[in-house]
Design a protein around this ligand. Structure first.
Ligand code: DOR
Ligand code: ZN
Ligand code: ZN
Length: 432
C-alpha cells in the first residue's frame, strides 16, 4: 500500500479532479479515481501546485542569526508555500570557500524544515575550482561591489572550469554598476536630504542597465550562462530578452516588491522599503504586463532587525523579507485575472528547477519529489508582519489585503505547514 494519497486535487491547468499517490517521498501515480493508501489527505477540490522554489533567499546563517537563521527562515518558507530555497553567500563567513560551504551545509542540515541549496561567492579566485566540484546552485557576483577588471577575472576563472566540466556553472548577478552607484550615492548623500525616496536616485536605473549590458558582454565573451537577479526596470528585461534572442544564455529574475511597489513606498515606509536595487519610479518599473519577459520570481528574502531598519535611509541596511508575502500577493492577482496559475508555476516552480538544476522538483509528475502547496483561492487576509515566522517582522506590504492563501505545504510527502502552523521536518540538501 502507498504511503499517501492526496484526494480531490485540481492540478493546473486542467480542470479535472485528480488523485495523487505518494510513496517514499515521491509522486508515484496520478489518477482519475481514488487510490488506497495508508494516509489520505482530502484536498477538497482546491488547487495544488508543485512546492514553490525560491532561488534567492538570505537566511543569514551562519554569523548573522540575530536577523534570521535556517530554522526561522525555512519556517517562513514553509508558511509561504515554498519547499526549496537557494541561499545566498553573503553570510559570515562568506560562502566563498569549501570550508565555509561545508560548515553551512552542516548547520542547514540540522535546522532546515524545507529543502535547500547554496549559491557561492565567486570573489575568492583560488577557491573557484574546488567550489565548482561541490555543485553549488550558482556562482554569485555582486557587481555593485567590484571594479570591471575584477569582474573579468571572476568570469575568466569560471570559464576556465568549463573545459573539463560538462555542467557549465551558472553565474548569478546582482546587476548594479559599482561606479555609477558609488558616484550617485555620494552625490545624493552630500545634498543632506533625508527624504527616503531619494534612495531611488542614489542607485539610478542606469546603474542597472549598464551592469546588465556589461554582464551580457562578459557572458558572450566567456560563453557562460548568466542569471540576472532582481531586474527592477523594464529596460533591463528588454536588454536581457534581446540578448536571449541573440543566442546568449541568459535568464532573468524579478521580485514581488519591484513588481508591485514603486518609489513612493519609500516615502510611506521609509527605510523599511529600502532594498537594492531600489524601488523604482512608476515610469521605469517592471509591471505585470512584462511578466512574459521574466523567467523567475525570486523573493530576495533579505531580513534585518527592526532596530536596523529604523535608521535613516542612508544608514539602514537594504532588504525586505518576502517568503511569507509572495504567494498571497500573486494569488490575489490570479483572483483578479491579472496573472494565471500557469505563470505562477512557470516562474516559481518549473523555471527555477530547470535553471538551477534541481532535477526532481518543480513539476507534479510521476518520479518527482512529492512537494506541493495547496492554495485556497477564497480565503482572505491582510498582510500582518507581526504574524511572520521570519524573525523580520516588517514589510512594505503591511496592511495589503490579499485573497488566495497557501493552506498546506507538503515536503516529500510530509505535511510541513497546515493552516498557518509549521511542523517539524528534515530539510535536505538538493544537490546530492
Ligand atoms: O536589498 C538587498 N539586500 N540587496 C542585496 O543585494 C543584499 C541584500 C541583503 O543581503 O540584505
Ligand atoms: Zn542582490
Ligand atoms: Zn539578494
Amino acid at each position: 500500500m502507498l504511503d499517501l494519497c492526496l484526494s480531490n486535487c485540481k492540478i493546473v491547468p486542467e480542470n479535472i479532479t485528480r488523485y495523487i499517490g505518494v510513496d517514499g517521498g515521491k509522486i508515484v501515480s496520478i489518477k482519475n479515481h481514488p487510490i488506497s493508501a495508508e494516509k489520505i489527505i482530502d484536498v477538497s477540490e482546491n488547487i495544488i501546485l508543485p512546492g514553490l522554489i525560491d532561488a534567492h533567499v538570505h537566511m543569514r546563517d551562519p554569523g548573522l542569526t540575530y536577523k534570521e537563521d535556517f530554522r526561522t527562515g525555512t519556517k517562513a518558507a514553509a508558511a509561504g508555500g515554498f519547499t526549496t530555497v537557494l541561499d545566498m553567500p553573503n553570510t559570515k563567513p562568506v560562502t566563498n570557500t569549501t570550508r565555509a560551504y561545508m560548515e553551512k551545509l552542516k548547520i542547514a542540515e540540522r535546522k532546515c524544515v524545507v529543502d535547500f541549496g547554496f549559491h557561492v561567492g565567486a570573489d575568492n579566485l583560488d577557491q573557484i575550482q574546488k567550489l565548482a566540484s561541490l555543485k553549488p546552485a550558482s556562482f554569485k557576483i555582486f557587481m555593485d561591489l567590484y571594479e570591471d577588471d575584477f569582474l573579468i577575472k571572476m568570469f575568466s576563472e569560471i570559464s576556465d572550469l568549463t573545459e573539463n566540466n560538462d555542467n557549465k556553472p551558472i553565474i548569478s548577478l546582482h546587476a548594479e554598476d559599482n561606479k555609477i552607484v558609488d558616484h550617485c550615492t555620494q552625490l545624493k548623500r552630500s545634498e543632506g536630504k533625508l527624504n527616503p525616496n531619494i534612495y531611488t536616485e542614489a542607485r539610478p536605473s542606469q546603474a542597472e542597465e549598464v551592469a546588465v549590458s556589461k554582464a551580457i558582454l562578459l557572458a558572450k565573451k566567456f560563453n557562460l550562462n548568466i542569471h540576472i537577479c532582481h531586474a527592477s526596470v523594464k529596460r533591463s528585461l528588454d536588454l536581457i530578452n534581446n540578448a536571449k534572442n541573440d543566442g546568449c544564455n541568459i535568464t532573468s529574475e524579478i521580485t514581488p516588491h519591484h513588481l508591485f511597489l514603486d518609489s513612493e513606498y519609500l516615502t510611506k515606509f521609509g527605510s523599511f522599503a529600502k532594498t537594492n536595487p531600489p524601488l523604482r519610479k512608476v515610469a521605469d518599473k517592471i509591471s505585470l504586463k512584462d511578466l512574459h519577459l521574466a523567467d523567475v520570481i525570486g523573493t530576495d528574502h533579505a531580513p534585518h532587525t527592526i532596530g536596523e531598519k529604523e535608521h535613516n535611509i542612508w544608514d539602514a541596511p537594504p532588504g525586505i523579507p518576502g517568503l511569507e508575502t509572495t504567494l498571497p500577493l500573486l494569488l490575489t492577482k490570479v483572483n483578479q485575472n491579472k496573472m494565471s496559475f500557469v505563470d505562477v508555476k512557470r516562474l516559481l516552480c518549473e523555471n527555477p528547477a530547470r535553471i538551477f538544476n534541481i532535477h526532481n522538483k518543480g513539476f507534479i509528475k510521476e518520479g518527482m519529489d512529492a512537494d506541493f502547496v495547496v492554495v485556497d483561492m477564497k480565503k482572505r487576509d491582510v498582510i500582518k508582519p507581526e504574524n511572520f515566522q521570519s524573525k523580520a517582522h516588517y514589510s512594505p506590504f503591511e496592511g495589503k489585503k490579499v485573497r488566495g492563501l497557501p493552506i498546506m505545504t507538503i515536503l516529500r510527502g510530509e505535511v510541513v505547514m497546515y493552516d498557518g502552523t509549521v511542523f517539524e521536518a528534515n530539510g535536505k540538501y538538493v544537490y546530492n
